[in-house]
Design a protein around this ligand. Structure first.
Ligand code: G3H
Ligand code: 13P
Ligand code: ZN
Length: 316
């Protein structure tokens, strides 16, 4: 069942975080629905501009609508990830999305506010909620590369002013994470002190953590052992830190890279071990099963596993 992102956030806030998973193809879609059914967790399907281009807008919509029918127990929202203004309008007008993200974080504050205000007014007129971003994560977001020097943690006073001015429904905050597989050098933690300051100025307001993949070292080692060439120093977010972030207002946690690692590991190992095979359905089957258990594991860490009965009751 597709629900509003707002409802999921209202139920989750302070208790658990909703996993927001990017999908690009049928195998990910099936694995995601299987993993969330097995772990009885609500979730958010995120679609990036790149995914809309790769898999075609209508094809993705068809996949998700069919999965909704095939997995009737599931409760989820559909979200545009890192939208620009025009893509937000396309999604709002499509009638398919529960929420959109307008990412104007690379613009100066006033311009970010003005763009976000326009998107909020078009979205709210149709009952769609809006995630916006203030501060800058490092790494690569779509076609924009932010180098580490220019990545900035979200300023708590600006965050409160920004939310008040824009009327957005949730805020992506920069608290030390970045997109992709190379987030940290050595062991580093999230900036919980900064998160606590933001929450103190925005009590009860849903905060979003982008760049939340954990980049398990074992995955990197297995990928490299099967012919990959990832930098072995790749590090991500310690997934045990989600439990600390939730009471500090983090209600949505974005995970994409870790799913890509599962895909890469499965396919590299399969073709290393079966060099004569050419049927992509063989590794595809393994990937769907592995992706489903990866999703179920993340949902346990986010505290969203086992929540479906509670959510059904809260939705009435
Ligand atoms: O933050 C970006 C997400 O990981 C989506 O990646 O733009 O390559 O689809 P993508
Ligand atoms: P990762 O690159 O850490 O998976 O982050 C994904 C993300 O933030 C999507 O918006
Ligand atoms: Zn992101």
């Amino acid at each position: 069942m597709i629900v509003t992102t707002k409802d999921l956030f209202r139920i989750a806030y302070g208790k658990f975080a909703v996993g927001a998973y990017n999908i690009n193809n049928m195998e990910q879609c099936i694995g995601l629905f299987q993993g969330c059914t097995a772990s009885q967790a609500p979730f958010i399907i995120q679609i990036s501009k790149g995914a809309r281009k790769y898999a075609l807008v209508k094809m993705l919509e068809g996949l998700i609508r069919t999965a909704e029918e095939l997995f009737p127990e599931t409760i989820f929202a559909v979200h545009l990830d890192h939208g620009d203004e025009q893509t937000c309008y396309d999604c709002i007008d499509s009638g398919f999305y529960s929420s959109v993200m307008i990412d104007a974080s690379h613009y100066p504050f006033d311009e970010n506010v003005a763009i976000t205000q326009r998107v909020v007014s078009r979205a709210h007129a149709k009952g769609i909620s809006v995630e916006a971003e203030l501060g800058m994560l490092g790494g690569v977001e779509e076609d924009i590369k932010v180098d580490e020097k220019h990545a900035m943690l979200t300023d708590p006073d600006d965050a409160a002013r920004y939310v008040q001015l824009t009327g957005c429904d949730s805020l992506a905050v920069a608290i030390g994470t970045s997109h992709g597989a190379y987030k940290f050098k050595g062991r580093q933690s999230l900036h919980f002190e900064r998160l606590a300051e933001i929450q103190a100025r925005l009590p009860g307001f849903p905060l979003v953590m982008h760049g939340s993949s954990s980049v398990p070292q074992e995955e990197v080692l297995r990928i490299n052992a099967a012919g990959g060439a990832m930098d072995p120093s790749a590090r991500g977010v310690d997934e045990d830190e989600f439990a600390t972030a939730v009471p500090l207002g983090v209600t949505k946690v974005n995970i994409d890279t870790d799913g890509r690692l599962v895909w890469t590991r499965v396919h590299r190992e399969y073709f290393r071990d079966e060099p004569a095979k050419i049927d992509f359905r063989d590794p595809g089957k393994i990937f769907m099963a592995e992706y489903a258990s990866f999703i179920a594991h993340k949902n346990e860490k986010l505290g969203s596993a086992g929540r479906l009965a509670e959510i059904r009751a809260a939705l009435g």
